[in-house]
Design a protein around this ligand. Structure first.
Ligand code: HDE
Length: 684
């Protein structure tokens, strides 16, 4: 689909087109439209004299520059976004009257921003952190924002604790260290003293906190929302995004190196995938609970530190989102987009989840400072695709020119318009839930079990995932300086898994707890990434080539990889042509300097009869690192000999067959498997 087709079929893109500006081949002007005659020298009193106040072009250019920055988001500052569409598979009429969920096949324009939470705008993207997954649906009934994360639960149960959580996780105030990291005293002190965080911490210490890319992670609305149908019946609902490529992660050593080799690794991946036509896809799923079943669970369904196990409440897949267009300008779109969980449409409503209730205040409030006033809804990226009318007026940066003398309600001069719409006319009517209670500052008793689902999560992990959790705790707490905090955390997690707590305690030199653990044995398959879809598609394969490679063989391997949707990238000593036998010439895309092993999903070591010592040395470093990160490695010709020398031929995920057919088939299967955990490596 060309850009033009996409724009024509997409109401949001049509709207944005009115604001897109192409400056190419144009004369330079001031912001007043005056053509500028010189842009390199300020106006001076004599060639060597002082600059004149009169130089309006200089003043305008410099003033604009001086005001270019706006405050970064207080959380989720580092993010990247793309446009796309959501297409409904199945009508949700039975549960909700939301128009965009009625007719199968109907598409709705979307804008999605992915983010890390703790780091500032320029921080590395491979931090151990939660990822934001915020979607704006531009529906014909107004904007609906599903502002979620890549983990289904949260650290706290009540919004009033959010400033405390964020103060604890951000760099410590006395020295502003560390950036984009939870591995420090204040964060873990918060955890130990706010034990409702236990379940979320298990997620944050798991592989989910270091995703391979934004395209291979799940998304969750986290809170329990409400669906309301045409007849006024309501259902509790949780939202899920399921990536069609499955959810996959990198390993911690790789994540740390990636932050140096390419701190933009995740945005580069998203940008390039969309440019290459590998459009990221996520299916939308809903879990639904009948109102009558509200109290049938062994947890409170309004508690945001609890998930609904998918085996108990199945996820119904109802549509697919495809991200198919990069932004044209990151500031105008990605930075200025303003999400708000309170942006809902008729048919979608809130529950009394105390975390959600507080969010309903915070998001508009934060935009007022971040985007400088109350008219941020008029910024092109934030405008709904349907008209909007009310009596709100004025304020910084107002763009709408509202006609007439009337800007109040009720009125007679404008026939009492704009007029509220009744429900039949599409007016939003808050769900009339009956509430009755005393005003109290309290936590419901039903929110007081902090450990059962942390145990469920822990039990549901594969052995490797459990090891990674143990290592993550040991790293994070190893960075904590306070022995007391370390001890408190270890004692706290004895409630989740005694062995885990004891191992970590030993690793960090505190007293291993003697008792703890849980009698809960329940597991949920859906929680382990090991059980997810695995495909070779869009995987980036480094092909290590030197002059004299086997032309026919290598060409066939490259063709097979491409046929299976993978992307081979040739890495050699120099950029330019690498010459093989049979007159084969292949262009090297990267050198060993620019194409480090951590940037790839797999390696194919071909070498060539003319490989020099240096090539062999670089290739060895490359494959050893890929090996230690459990990546698939294939080798042929010289490469195969070297793999023998390196002692790496007899491990899972290593492919060195002679026969071409089985070689490529095995390699593609090894790539699809993502990582080969049953390999004996000294994992750092
Ligand atoms: Fe947010 N959150 N949050 N949050 N959040 C913001 O809004 C807040 C929470 C999430 O790409 C801020 O526009 C409070 C849960 C995402 O622009 C701010 C509480 C979930 C994004 C804010 C939470 C999220 C934000 C900062 C506890 C997952 C990035 C900038 C009650 C369901 C959106 C902004 C984007 C951003 C407040 C908890 C997701 C300050 C008070 C739970 C994805 O308003």
């Amino acid at each position: 689909m060309s850009n033009e087709d996409r724009v024509n079929g997409n109401s949001k893109q049509k709207q944005l087109d009115q604001f897109r500006v192409d400056d190419t081949d144009k004369k330079m002007t001031t912001n007043q439209g005056l053509k500028v005659s010189g842009d390199e020298f300020s106006l001076k009193a004599g060639e060597r004299g002082p600059t004149l106040m009169e130089d309006f072009h200089f003043r305008e250019k410099m003033t604009h520059f001086d005001h270019e920055r706006i405050p970064e988001r207080v959380v989720h500052a580092r993010g990247y976004a793309a446009h796309g569409e959501f297409k409904l598979y199945e009508s949700m009429k039975q549960y909700t009257k939301a128009k965009f969920l009625q007719e199968p096949g109907v598409t709705t324009p979307v804008f999605v921003r992915f983010s890390t939470v703790a780091g500032s705008r320029g921080s590395g993207e491979l931090a151990r952190d939660v990822r934001g997954f915020a979607t704006k649906f531009y529906t014909e009934e107004g904007n609906y924002d599903l502002v979620g994360n890549n983990m289904p639960v949260f650290f706290i149960q009540d919004a009033i604790k959010f400033p405390d959580l964020i103060h604890a996780v951000k760099p410590e105030p006395h020295n502003e260290i560390p950036q984009a990291a939870t591995a420090h005293d204040t964060f873990w002190d918060f955890v130990a003293n706010n034990q409702e965080s236990a379940h979320m911490i298990m997620w944050a210490m798991s592989d989910r906190a270091i995703p391979r890319n934004f395209r291979m992670m799940e998304g969750f609305g986290v809170h329990t929302f409400r669906f309301v149908n045409e007849t006024g019946n309501a259902y509790f609902v949780k939202f899920h995004w399921k990536p069609t490529l499955g959810a996959h992660s990198v390993v911690w050593d790789e994540a740390q190196k990636l932050n140096g080799k390419n701190p933009d690794f995740h945005r580069t991946d998203l940008y390039e995938s969309i440019e290459n036509g590998d459009y990221p896809e996520f299916e939308l799923g809903v879990q639904i609970i009948e109102e009558a079943d509200e109290f049938k669970f062994d947890f409170d369904i309004l508690d945001p530190t609890k998930l609904w196990p998918e085996e108990d409440v199945p996820v119904k897949i109802i549509g697919k989102m495809t991200l198919n267009r990069n932004v044209d300008n990151v500031f105008a779109e990605t930075e200025q987009v303003a999400f708000h969980p309170g942006n809902v449409v008729p048919g979608i409503d809130f529950t009394n989840d105390p975390l959600l209730q507080g969010r309903l205040f915070s998001y508009t409030d934060t935009q007022l400072i971040r985007l400088g006033g109350p008219n941020f809804h008029e910024l092109p990226i934030n405008r709904p695709v349907c008209p909007f009318h009310n009596n709100q007026r004025d304020g910084y940066g107002r763009q709408t020119i509202n006609y007439g003398q009337v800007s109040y309600h009720n009125n007679s001069l404008a026939k009492n318009t704009p007029k509220p719409a009744n429900e039949q006319e599409g007016g939003f009517a808050h769900y009339q839930e009956k509430v009755d209670g005393n005003k109290v500052r309290a936590r419901s008793d039903s929110f007081k079990d902090h450990f059962s689902q942390a145990v469920l999560f822990c039990h549901s992990m594969s052995n490797v995932e459990k090891e990674h959790i143990k290592d993550a705790f040991s790293f994070e707490l190893g960075m904590v300086k306070s022995k007391s905090v370390q001890q408190q955390v270890v004692d706290m997690f004895a409630n989740v898994n005694l062995e885990l707590a004891q191992n970590v305690a030993e690793n960090i030199g505190v007293v291993p707890p003697e008792s703890g653990g849980s009698v809960i044995t329940k597991t949920s398959k859906a929680l382990s990434q090991e059980n997810m879809t695995k495909k070779p598609d869009t995987r980036k394969i480094a092909v290590l080539l030197a002059d004299g490679f086997d032309g026919t063989f290598v060409q066939a391997v490259l063709a097979a990889l491409k046929e299976n949707g993978a992307h081979p990238v040739v890495v050699s000593e120099k950029l330019g042509i690498v010459k093989g036998t049979d007159n084969t010439e292949i262009n090297a895309d990267e050198t060993f300097l620019t194409g480090d092993s951590v940037l790839f999903d797999a390696a194919y070591l071909a070498g060539g009869i003319n490989s020099g010592k240096k090539f062999k040395h670089n290739a060895e470093y490359f494959v050893r690192e890929a090996f230690s990160h459990f990546k698939p490695i294939a080798a042929s010709q010289e490469g195969k000999q070297w793999m023998k020398e390196f002692g790496m031929t007899d491990s899972p995920g290593i492919v060195v067959d002679e026969d071409m057919r089985s070689f490529t088939a095995r390699f593609v299967a090894a790539v699809a498997a993502h990582r080969h955990w049953d390999r004996e490596v000294d994992e750092r």
